[in-house]
Write a protein that binds this ligand. Sequence first.
Ligand SMILES: [Ca+2]
Ligand SMILES: [Ca+2]
Ligand SMILES: [Ca+2]
Ligand SMILES: [Ca+2]
Length: 297
Amino acid sequence: MKKIFALIIGAFLLALAFSTQSSSMLPDFKTSNATIITDHNQTRWAVFIGYSGGFTYWHHRILQNNDVQTLKRLLLTHGWDEDHIRCFLEKDATKDAILNTSFAWLQGAGENDLIVYFVFMHGYYLPVDLPPIDEPDGKDERIFPYDPHYATWNWSVYIVDDEYAARFNTLKSHNIVIIFDTCHSGGMIDGSSDFGGSGRVVLTSCGVDEAACMFLPRLHWLFPYYLIQGLRGGADLNHDGFVSAEEALNYTERPVAFHSTINNLIFNHRLTAQHPQLSDGWPSVENNTEELKLIEL
Ligand SMILES: [Ca+2]
Ligand SMILES: [Ca+2]
Ligand SMILES: [Ca+2]
Ligand SMILES: [Ca+2]
């Protein structure tokens, strides 16, 4: 009897999810006619980091690849040049490439340049707060890069948030947007030695104790799906013709919480949700009321 009841509830929620997805679909703003922000002193840079876990996680990889390629196309039609976009995906997403190669390349960005840095990885936490001691819950967060000696994640090879975040302090740009789609990604901005800082806006797909969901009906991960819809124009809440990084996060909050609730009820039988998080340090941590324009519509 319980099983029948659960099936009925599941079917109802599934139907609700699909109907809401349809109604929440935004018009696909035509990017080919987009005008470009004409600040000749600013070059736009982008980095994509992604490892989906190898062959066993082929479904993760399909969705992640769709996220990356869609976002890359969107940037290419909004002022980014192909030679200012670098991708470190799957076998290229080694610890060395992430910590050294990607940041060596970004040393070319000047202080007025705009950098958008995406991370699509498996994320978790450590049982301890490694020096520097910076975490409110006593645990640093970590991500798992590709290891050529393993077919999937090697749990002993990881990058701790403190070490990763410190690399951003080597960059000259005062206009940096960092976007994490990883489980526990809220933990990337909860410590005092984490990614938050002046001249930066950090967007995370979920809270520190939350998992990031897939969005199978759309062949995307959930947070990137709504991020893309927002960057295409849906997030321009003040109708000034720009989507700021802050607006983009704001746009994702409600649909991501809603659809993750449905997803977790159906697949995990738990009433939990995914809540995107923002660290707004732009223009500075002390005065962050202005918004960092990311996309001109
Ligand atoms: Ca620490
Ligand atoms: Ca930390
Ligand atoms: Ca942290
Ligand atoms: Ca701001």
